[in-house]
Write a protein that binds this ligand. Structure first.
Ligand code: ADP
Ligand code: ADP
Length: 219
């Protein structure tokens, strides 16, 4: 049976950072909805152009578009054994669509890891975030996780850039959208006995250790 692990957390909580580590430790691909949108944007696809209108404002891309993108991704052969889902689902309808989709694949949501970080900390995380231009979109932080050489990715050597939606104006909107539209999923998954809440305000390695401990207790 395939394994599906969900990562939930506010913008800047550390989902992408941890998903990249979990992917290596668990041998499951990482599927990040934001990365898929940014990849489409880079390739100038119609989906990318549509998504940009929402991403630039810090709003969520409509559910039907997002769900069909995830459906296609989960049907790829490398996802047959399961995936770590980073940033999806983000709304109640997306969560319902995911249940139906995973049932089609003979699976279900196995565990939901909630990386808990206070608003003020989210803001300082986003303000210092730099991302690489490689396919895997490795993430750094000016102060908390700097690259070995300034402005260059340690892993693939591409130049680092700041995301268009990591500006001061858009950050606040994204955090608000998280609390309004995504936070209700925390209670939803807790009621189903699937939630593990992790303190995300610790060092990156400590958060990883807590996530792995939560996973081994539940899978
Ligand atoms: P962060 O890592 O800061 O949480 P993401 O890279 O996951 O941000 O998402 C960036 C943007 O992409 C979001 O602000 C939203 O516009 C869009 N997006 C990503 N995932 C979803 C989703 N599941 N549903 C709708 N929009 C999404
Ligand atoms: P998300 O995918 O949830 O939006 P990221 O993984 O992109 O979050 O992390 C946001 C920023 O915070 C990045 O610059 C990252 O390097 C940094 N970061 C991630 N986890 C931690 C942590 N535990 N402590 C300090 N900084 C962190």
């Amino acid at each position: 049976m395939p394994t599906y692990i969900l990562l939930i957390g506010g913008p800047g909580a550390g989902k992408g950072t941890q998903a990249q580590v979990l992917r290596e430790k668990l041998g499951l691909p990482q599927v990040a909805s934001g990365d898929l949108f940014r990849d489409n944007l880079k390739r100038q696809t119609p989906l990318g152009q549509l998504a940009k209108q929402y991403m630039d404002r810090g709003e969520l891309v409509p559910d039907d578009v997002t769900v069909s993108m995830i459906r296609q991704r989960l049907q790829q052969p490398d996802a047959a054994g399961g995936v770590v889902l980073d940033g999806f689902p983000r709304t109640q309808p997306q969560a319902a669509a995911l249940d139906a989709l995973l049932a089609e694949f003979g699976g279900r949501v196995n565990v939901v890891l909630y990386i808990q970080v206070a608003d003020g900390v989210l803001l300082e995380r986003l303000a210092g975030r730099w991302v690489c231009q490689g396919a895997e979109q490795h993430t750094y932080h000016l102060l908390f996780n700097p690259p070995k050489q300034a402005g260059v990715c340690d892993v693939d050597g591409t130049a680092l850039y700041q995301r268009a939606d990591d500006t001061a104006e858009v950050q606040g909107r994204r955090i608000k959208v998280f609390f309004e539209q995504t936070a209700p999923l925390i209670a939803h998954y807790r009621e189903r006995g699937l939630l593990a809440a992790i303190d995300g305000e610790q060092a990156i390695e400590t958060v990883t250790a807590d996530l792995l401990a939560a996973l081994s207790a539940r899978t």
